[in-house]
Design a protein around this ligand. Structure first.
Ligand SMILES: [Zn+2]
Length: 134
């Protein structure tokens, strides 16, 4: 092949022209930079709605905390409808709210269980103590 810069004949596998010193590598910097960096901005894609936590909302509503659970269900149910209407930010907000209220419901459920447990233990202890005192 021939050097593009000075026209001197050089070996086919030469990297640098022996005559003028110009680089003979193919210019790969311009055409090679397409594709790759354009994907994956901002976490959620435009094709899938954010998680609705609807299962958590329903579980907490059934097992314990109706008020919190209902708030969670309302938010969870609106995630997909907001998303379908193009309100991605609203869907993300509803998703976050559904998660928050489901967690709140789960926590208050746990607190109630603990209080109930201690109450039962205290009643039991009191009963045993009363029985022993007879
Ligand atoms: Zn050359």
């Amino acid at each position: 092949m021939y050097c593009k810069k000075c026209g001197a004949e050089v070996a086919d596998n030469a990297v640098v022209c022996g005559n003028c010193g110009a680089s003979l590598l193919r210019d790969s910097s311009s055409a090679n930079n397409q594709g790759g960096a354009a994907y994956g901005q901002g976490g959620y894609s435009q094709n899938f709605p954010p998680p609705s936590y609807l299962v958590w909302a329903i579980l907490t509503t059934i097992f314990c905390c109706l008020p919190f659970g209902i708030v969670s269900i309302v938010n969870a149910a609106s995630v997909e409808s907001r998303f379908r209407s193009g309100d991605v930010q609203g869907a993300l907000r509803a998703s976050a709210n559904a998660k928050k209220w489901a967690i709140a419901a789960a926590i208050s459920w746990a607190v109630i269980l603990v209080i109930y447990f201690f109450f039962a233990v205290m009643v039991g202890v009191a009963g045993i103590a009363g029985f022993g005192g007879l």
